[in-house]
Write a protein that binds this ligand. Structure first.
Ligand code: SF4
Ligand code: SF4
Length: 498
């Protein structure tokens, strides 16, 4: 047999197509009105996508492994004495690549999250669901870890389907046991690494050497997260993308006819059918693109919400096209405009709008992060009376919160920015010393001699620290009664305290 002969290749494809006809997947023809993975009675139709090889599959796998490596490595990489990403919720400190955010700095996250959201919007408007197919943890771990293990133990898609239908023999029990033990093991590892982002690797190691009863909260978290991962990657799988993930739902609002998505070139492919191999459309209707689809759709029906942009159908169709001697790219990355014969436009009002908001969010967040200081002091007026009037002074009370974000002691010295006659404060001459990562609220009482008081005035408090070259300046308002009223009704009309 000449394997390069297109007649032989056609026969091979026809046989392949015939083989698929007897598979459940072929019997369940994807359409636009129903979800392939949900049966008419509401039960689950479990998919076993076929293996696929090609340039996109190899590239996605590489990207996936790099991301997994990054996830595992980040808690080990030390920057400024902390893991590169350490969300220390216990001490309310968030260490991100050398920057430390205190709980009071979390407003920056608003701009960071907004910037990242608009980055996603921008990318979606340009190249569709590239996130889902290439970098989303759901796809990365399902395709490059869990399904690979399943493939190793239970065989290819046809063998897996056969095993599903097979009676519970010893062989099936052993295969399933091994698979589920490995799935639970992998889920446990992921859950522990995830936990190390919150309590650090050192503490995780110590916790792991204690009894679960000594760290019930952490143990419960790891157990619950492991269960969620195991249930998701073992059973729920593509349902998360189809049923739960909101991004798939609102992507239709983010894209337009110029967005580059994975699509089928109907002008080139139709009319489809193996019998027209040498005549009309290029699609030989082999059904391979459906067989490899992890969400069970037929891309030839057009862009659908279930499509996660994994490019499996591109790779498999390119293989088919090469075999039948047709140009590749019947299924490819392109825009709806280009598929219908027009020209694609990258610069559009939508991409400009998202781009501007992306830049604003990222710029503000970067600027704010660059301004983050190793120590911080905030001031708020104490709840209750705005001011107190005693026989001799008017008193204002503030709460100063001293925050040390570094792993060495911090020293704070307070003084008024300028001398104001009659103004004094309790504890002004005492140095505040905070331990590493410490945080301390202090009551700060400012008093004004009644006879020198001439109405409310702004007040500046300078805080010198050994950790910063520049000092921290807090702007406060000293409040008090109306001077004329105070003079006239000094003993009757004003709030009093002892
Ligand atoms: S689009 Fe390609 S893979 Fe899909 S049925 Fe047609 S030829 Fe086969
Ligand atoms: S249609 Fe193609 S790109 Fe979309 S999910 Fe299915 S295989 Fe992946």
């Amino acid at each position: 047999v000449n394997h390069n002969d297109w007649k032989y290749q056609n026969l091979e494809l026809r046989l392949c197509s015939l083989a698929q006809k007897i598979q459940p997947m072929k019997r369940k023809k994807p359409n636009l009105d129903t979800v392939t993975t949900i049966n008419k009675d509401g039960s689950r139709f479990f998919l076993h996508p076929a293996d696929v090889k090609g340039v996109f599959t190899a590239s996605r796998r590489l990207v996936g492994y790099v991301l997994i490596l990054l996830f595992v490595a980040l808690p080990w990489i030390q920057v400024n004495g902390y893991p590169a990403v350490f969300l220390d919720t216990l001490n309310r400190r968030f260490h991100l690549f050398g920057f430390t955010l205190a709980a009071q700095d979390l407003w920056i996250l608003f701009f960071l999250v907004t910037g990242l959201a608009f980055t996603l919007f921008f990318i979606t408007a340009l190249v569709g669901r590239i996130w889902c197919g290439w970098v989303c943890p759901q796809t990365v771990y399902l395709e490059h870890v869990y399904r690979r293990i399943e493939r190793l133990i239970e065989g290819d898609a046809v063998q897996r389907r056969r095993l599903d239908r097979a009676p519970w023999t010893a062989g099936k029990v052993i295969r399933r046991l091994v698979k589920h033990i490995l799935f639970i093991g992998v889920s446990l590892v992921i859950a522990h690494i995830f936990l190390s982002y919150f309590i650090s690797l050192k503490e995780l190691w110590q916790v792991m050497h204690h009894k679960p009863s000594e760290h019930l909260g952490l143990f419960g978290f790891v157990a619950a997260f492991t269960l969620v991962l195991y249930g998701n990657y073992t059973w729920f799988r593509e349902q998360l993308c189809i049923v739960i993930c909101p991004y798939g739902r609102f992507q239709s609002a983010l894209i337009d006819a110029h967005t580059v998505n994975i699509g089928y070139d109907a002008r080139r492919g139709e009319p489809r059918g193996a019998k027209r191999l040498n005549t009309d459309g290029d699609c030989i209707d082999c059904g391979q693109c459906i067989q490899v689809c992890p969400t069970g759709i037929d891309i030839r029906n057009g862009l659908q919400m279930e499509c996660i942009g994994c490019a499996n159908c591109i790779d498999v169709c390119n293989t088919v096209m090469k075999r039948v001697g047709r140009p590749v790219g019947l299924i490819r990355y392109d825009s709806a405009e280009a598929f219908s014969g027009g020209n694609n436009r990258w610069i559009r009002p939508r991409t400009l709008f998202y781009g501007v908001f992306l830049l604003i969010g990222i710029s503000v967040a970067s600027f704010s992060i660059a301004k983050i200081t190793p120590v911080k002091v905030t001031a708020i007026r104490m709840p209750g009376m705005t001011y107190y009037v005693t026989d001799h002074v008017i008193r204002n009370q503030y709460q100063l919160r001293f925050i040390n974000k570094q792993n060495t002691e911090a020293h704070f010295r307070l003084s008024f920015s300028k001398d104001i006659p009659g103004l004094s404060a309790a504890g002004l001459d005492q140095e505040v010393i905070l331990p590493p990562m410490g945080e301390e609220p202090r009551v700060f009482v400012v008093m004004m001699d009644k006879h020198q008081y001439e109405g409310p005035f702004p007040l500046e408090l300078t805080i010198q620290t050994t950790e910063m070259d520049s000092s921290i300046v807090l702007k406060l308002d000293f409040m008090g009664p109306d001077v004329r009223l105070m003079r006239e009704h000094q003993n009757l009309s004003l709030p009093r305290s002892n």
